[in-house]
Design a protein. Sequence first.
Length: 486
Amino acid sequence: MRKLNHMQVLMMCTLIFALCTCTTMLSAQDLKSSLFEKADEALKQANGSTANRLSPTLYAKGLEAYQKAEKEFNSGKNLDKIRTQLRASVQFFQDAIKASKLVNERLATTLKARSDADMAGTAEYAGDEWQNAENKFNEAAKKMERGDLDGAQEKAGEAERYYRKAELIAVKANFLDETRSLLEVADKNKVEKLAPLTLARARELLQTAEVELEKNRYDTDYPRSLAKQAKYEVKHALYLAETINTFRKNELTIEDLLLLSEKPLEDIAGVIGLLARFDNGYNQITVLIKNYIQDLEEKHNIAQQEITDKRQQLKMAQAQVDELTEELGGITREKSKLAKEIEAQNQLRSKYEEIGKTFTKEEAQVRRTPENNLIIRLIGLNFKSGKAEIDSKYFGLLAKVKKAVNIFPNCSIQIEGHTDSFGGDKMNQELSQKRADAVCNYLLANMNLIESRIISRGFGETKPIANNETKAGRTRNRRIDILLIQ
């Protein structure tokens, strides 16, 4: 055998040391990933439920325990102590998530006021009032954590008043004052000669917004939307005037303008693999793009459901492995609890699929929650403006709802009514409750249901699923959701 020289021996030792170091590093990473898995997931869920905002004390304690465990791990401390810290962090995060859900439920109108104020830019335009509101809300959240519901609601009421005051100031400064300044610029640049319709629209919206703000000082959703639209339209008019001037200077024709306007739609169509044709105008390609987006949204929803299924299957498989390991150790059962759970999950999945096939896309969206409950969003059920009576043309759709409910004969049923943000908070709350009651009463009258199985709740404008600033978004927010709870 050939002897290795000094340099070769040195290189081999270095290589062995490097391999050992990498192995140690990988082992440490694997160990940390395994140790911190539950805590990482709890932290992720807490952040997703904005627990840092809605349950600050519990969230802070969870984060403190997590960071302490991380520091001790990096220092090579005792693993038992690290596990103790991680268990504490998981418990704190879980408690924070529960507290956050309670805040969302009990202080919904205050959260809505905060969201409205934030959209109006109050942090910039009404900083003192915004900070006062935030301080009061923090006090409310902490009282809620301690179980002081009355105290929490009292502080939340104070916070809501500050939020609304801040919003009013911000709307006037951010939208009305700036819109007036932009209109002065438009007048100076003689925009009215080039974009008269758009500029007139801006002036009309501004005037209406001012009137509505005076009429509804504590319900600014509608006037805020008008003010934002007014600001947009005057900026739009300025842009149009500049573009028209550019066209005139370059002696471009109407044909040039039309060809240029086709380019953005052509580019969008190209990205998603569609061929844009304009021999019949914009309508054909617009419909194709909208259908493509809707199909993507549907595929996304299906993928989310499949992810939920896979996670449950993975959890069951791991539990099955653990149980088999236990059985090999000498413990046997006729039919394990786990086997029953797997069978129940398969039956649930089959029922979900059956209900999903019951409705068309235009009638309802059927979604499963992580808790294995089912939401039937009745997008095909509409009410006349300000009314809560169910038109007879929707009885066929509600018959399908009855069929879905019968698939889960032991479930509890919650009918949820929702509105858009236009109109008074109190009025929207009452209207959403009446609409939920109408659907609830219909099902009670036409099904053999025990009254204790079904409840109706109105949430008003507090749980939007789309942007209330657009007509399409407001349409989506006006809805009835039927929750089948296992």
